[in-house]
Write a protein that binds this ligand. Structure first.
Ligand code: VGL
Ligand code: ZN
Length: 199
């Protein structure tokens, strides 16, 4: 058993009607659910912020969603309040076949640092523990699907490649936020890092 499916942030707040809705985010569900039956190892990630999380524009005086601020660890995009711990918006989409998953990695739970990647917080240093889990289980080959292509999916796939895993993103089972060219940038970064992009 050497491959795993990593399902990124298929949560209510990233689907239409949610606080940080990704256009057509819910359309990936049938494909994601089918893929989940094709992998022995399935991991979900869940964006999981305290109500006063520092990535929320509401926590910055005069801060507007979708602008950037300098944090100690680098540039950080400000977002509308989303995926607050225990809220409806933080729950997985009700149609996601969550029973297939063996591990749920929650991320972004520290007030002062965001966490897009399933492997490291946005300081690029603090591990989530996922790499150790996968290595302990002999997993070498990772396939990524979910939301959003240009943020949490891309950052996860890039870290996976850096950590020495084989990484594939199935774009048809992802949707993007596409903020100021972020999707194009994510594509070129993933290509140069050796992440395989499939339709
Ligand atoms: C995400 C922005 C903020 C994502 C999470 O899942 O791509 N994007 N938090
Ligand atoms: Zn978030």
């Amino acid at each position: 058993m050497t491959k795993a499916l990593i399902v990124i942030d298929v949560q209510n707040d990233f689907c239409p009607g949610g606080a940080l809705a990704v256009s057509e985010g819910d359309e990936i569900l049938p494909r994601v659910n089918t893929l989940m039956t094709e992998f022995d190892t399935v991991v979900l990630t869940q964006d999981w912020h305290p109500a006063d999380h520092s990535s929320f524009a509401s926590q910055h005086e005069g801060g507007a969603p979708f602008t950037q601020v300098h944090m100690e660890y680098g540039l950080q995009t400000l977002w509308p309040d989303h995926c607050v711990q225990g809220s409806k918006g933080a729950e997985f989409h009700p149609d996601l076949a969550v029973d297939r998953a063996q591990l749920i990695i929650r991320k972004g739970f520290r007030r002062g640092v965001d966490s897009y990647s399933a492997f490291f917080e946005n300081d690029h240093k603090t591990p989530t523990g996922l790499a150790g889990y996968l290595r302990d289980r002999g997993v070498e080959d990772l396939t990524f699907v979910g939301l959003a292509t240009d943020f949490c999916v891309a950052w996860s796939a890039l870290d996976a490649a850096k950590l020495g895993f084989r990484a594939t993103v199935i774009e048809g089972a992802c949707r993007a936020i596409d903020l100021d060219g972020s999707l194009q940038e994510a594509h070129s970064e993933m290509r140069s890092a050796g992440v395989k992009l499939e339709a």
